[in-house]
Design a protein around this ligand. Structure first.
Ligand code: NAD
Ligand code: DAU
Length: 355
């Protein structure tokens, strides 16, 4: 297959590109605007590979997208490009509306036009895979799991914009017959994640002896999935999923934020015992700070449909995955420094809109 991947220089997109180039014969047409979250260093391994081409393009640029589709004639589009950080969506929602909603609309329309021009056989084989999040389902409360039937109830500007994009993708399938697949995944972690997200932020702050900020009391629960397991699931859905279906993807790894941060601290105590002066354990750096506005208390995914219908289950446990991740950040400090070279220095985000 020739697969156009949007957002392929971001955290999950780059993991997907690496996975496809390593483990399949598919060709990748990588389309990414290279915002602060996109980084070509994450693609060093595939940069010069003959089955990978990179194009710095904004998905909102209709003409550029149409030209790429006409030139490469892809068999599938995997759409990951998005503004992805909840805290940034609170400080400035405009980019989220533009990329996540208008960008998805632009891509769906370009895909529809391209798909209508294909031969009957190519039209039947074509897929538009829209990659989304469990946050569209909102706040779960203390019990239960998100299934594919859970009603949408997004809480943040980010999750509302992703919910809108899911609705558009579903409508383009129902109304126009575009062969759409949708996946909704839980929190990813792993190598090459931009250090605004909880896990890399805590690792890097700890190494510098800085406070480890926990929002509220740290009792919120997320369902953690290693990014390589997500990449495997995405390819499985693209290759074997049924048109018009939604698949939830999750790690069966529910953890409170405080438990995640304590796990990172004890791994660092073991792997990196030479700490900054004055502390015996990295956990002494834990600092409770003002909560995130609108903070969802718990997410947890029922991933039984993708297991039953497509045979996908995660390979990584949280314990094995978090150990690998901490080691990767310890060994890849140059990557961490290069991606933070702009105006982001791990300062607190997401409280500008607070009354
Ligand atoms: P990320 O922020 O790391 O990467 C996003 C990528 O999209 C970046 O490379 C960026 O340059 C690119 N991009 C942004 N705006 C663009 C535009 N207008 N045109 C072209 N490219 C643009 O995000 P991520 O964590 O890799 O998430 C990827 C996708 O997966 C998103 O759609 C997100 O909603 C979804 N998702 C993420 C998680 C998670 O835990 N990170 C979980 C479930 C679903
Ligand atoms: O559930 C999937 C979602 O997971 C994705 O759709 C998003 O793109 C991705 O960013 C992630 O969203 P979260 O808001 O859950 O991730 P984040 O890493 O920002 O925060 C994880 C939890 O940790 C959340 O409850 C907020 C908390 N937190 C976060 C940061 C950055 C802290 O307590 N302190 C922090 O400094």
């Amino acid at each position: 297959m020739k697969i156009m991947i949007t957002g392929g220089a971001g955290f999950i997109g780059a993991a997907l590109v690496r996975h496809i180039i390593r483990h399949t014969e598919h060709h990748v047409i990588n389309v990414d605007k290279l915002t602060y979250a996109g980084n070509l260093d994450s693609l060093a391994e595939t940069a010069d590979h003959p089955r990978h081409s990179f194009h710095q393009v904004d998905i909102c640029q209709n003409q550029a997208i149409e030209e790429l589709l006409a030139y490469y004639q892809p068999d599938a589009i995997m759409h990951l490009a998005a503004e992805s950080h909840v805290d940034r969506s609170i400080d400035g929602p405009a980019d989220f509306i533009q990329t996540n909603i208008v960008g998805t609309f632009t891509l769906l329309e370009a895909a529809r036009k391209y798909w209508l021009g294909l031969s009957k056989e190519a039209r039947q084989g074509f897929r538009f895979h829209h990659i989304s999040t469990d946050e569209v389902y909102g706040d779960l409360g203390e019990t239960g799991l998100f299934t594919e039937q859970t009603p949408y109830e997004p809480s943040s500007p980010y999750s509302a914009s992703k919910a809108s994009s899911d609705h558009l993708a579903r409508a383009w399938q129902r109304t126009y017959g575009l062969p759409v697949l949708i996946t909704n995944c839980s929190n990813n972690y792993g190598h090459y994640q931009f250090p605004e997200k909880l896990i890399p932020l805590v690792i890097l702050n700890a190494l510098e002896g800085k406070p480890l900020p926990i929002y509220g009391e740290g009792l919120q629960v997320r369902d953690w999935l290693h990014v390589d397991d997500h990449a495997r699931a995405l390819l499985k859905v693209l290759e074997e999923g049924s048109i018009g279906e939604t698949y939830n993807i999750g790690g069966h790894n529910e953890r409170q934020n405080i438990q995640v941060v304590e796990a990172i601290c004890s791994l660092l105590d073991e792997l990196c015992p030479e700490k900054t002066a004055g502390i015996n354990s990295y956990s002494e750096l834990i600092t409770f700070v003002e909560d995130r506005p609108g903070h969802d208390v718990r997410y947890a995914i029922d991933a039984s449909k993708i297991a039953r219908e497509l045979g996908w289950t995660p390979e990584e446990t949280f314990e094995s995955g978090i150990r690998k991740t901490v080691i990767w950040y310890l060994e890849n400090q140059p990557w961490c420094q290069s991606v933070q070279s702009g105006n982001y220095q791990r300062q607190r985000l997401g409280i500008e809109g607070k009354q």
